[in-house]
Design a protein around this ligand. Structure first.
Ligand SMILES: C[S@@+](CC[C@H](N)C(=O)[O-])C[C@H]1O[C@@H](n2cnc3c(N)ncnc32)[C@H](O)[C@@H]1O
Length: 263
């Protein structure tokens, strides 16, 4: 029987290629880190971005202005006129906030997310497009009641939030009772909320969570919006970064429209 020649895996790849790959990877990480730091510095200067780093405090930073309490003052202090306010939760790159701001110039939009480098993209686009009816808050959504006052918000889009599939993380889902309770203090009585997701688990969870929440009414829900003859809401046509990825992976897109009764 002939002996088989077994080469260790590393020896199949010439040493110089290994080193180059290592250097390229290191350079890539260093570059993307530098890019992120630049974006963090940029958004500190953007007039349309507010940041909160202390979950125990309602105060926000905006450019050189530190520690501003915007609760109840978004229209008067930031937008400088009265209008309906619509939020985008888990806004990521802010595609919905920016697209809605363009479509509805008389409505004010505020996108919230914790990731600064993502918010940077939406905020920059809004500045370049001169959309003065859109702003962003970089903060944890858990802290949302600190930033908005009673009756301040009419509508909310929750766009492709992380589904947090593990049972132990159920409370982190943005349609869990933990979060629904946090939305009640600032919603107007005629509020409408929209969830758009690719996750069958989050879709089913949301229907159950709303069903068991005394103050919630499900207005409509669909488990595959693009299979319908017509979109159930015209603004569902906007596609976010994550939605495009999910569609490319042949996932179906789900939608729940609901209302919360507020006192
Ligand atoms: C899957 S991404 C979707 C982003 C965007 N809506 C889209 O569709 O492209 C989920 C986003 O939710 C944000 N997020 C998740 N939990 C959050 C929390 N508790 N507070 C703030 N942002 C949160 C993440 O930072 C992330 O950008």
């Amino acid at each position: 029987m002939k002996d088989k020649l077994v080469l260790p895996l590393g020896s199949l790849i010439p040493f110089n290629i290994c080193v180059n790959q290592y250097i390229n990877r290191y350079q890539f990480i260093a570059l993307s880190q530098r890019n992120k730091l630049k974006k963090f510095a940029d958004i500190l200067r953007f007039s349309n971005v507010y940041e909160n780093f202390n979950p125990l405090s309602p105060l926000l930073q905006n450019g050189d202005v530190i520690d501003i309490d915007m609760k109840g003052k978004w229209n008067a202090e930031h937008f400088k006129k009265d209008a309906k306010i619509c939020l985008e939760l888990a806004c990521g790159r802010g595609e919905y906030s920016v697209a809605l701001a363009e479509r509805y110039p008389k409505t004010h939009f505020i996108g919230l997310d914790i990731k600064g480098a993502r918010i940077w993209q939406g905020a920059k686009k809004a500045i370049e497009s001169k959309f003065d009816n859109v702003a962003f808050v970089r903060a944890r959504i858990e802290n949302i009641p600190s930033f908005f006052a009673k009756n301040e918000v009419s509508e909310m889009w929750i766009t492709f939030p992380d589904p947090f599939l593990r049972d132990s993380k159920e409370n982190r889902r943005l349609t869990s009772h933990n979060f629904l309770d946090r939305y009640l203090p600032f919603l107007r009585p005629d509020n409408v909320l929209h969830l758009k997701t690719d996750s069958p688990e989050l879709y089913e969870f949301t229907l159950e969570s709303l069903g068991a929440f005394e103050k919630a009414t499900i207005i409509k829900h669909f488990d595959d919006i693009y299979s319908l003859p017509e979109l159930p809401h015209p603004d569902l046509e906007f596609k976010t970064y994550y939605e495009k990825m999910h569609l490319a992976n042949s996932k179906t897109i789900k939608y729940v429209q609901f209302h919360l009764d507020v006192d």
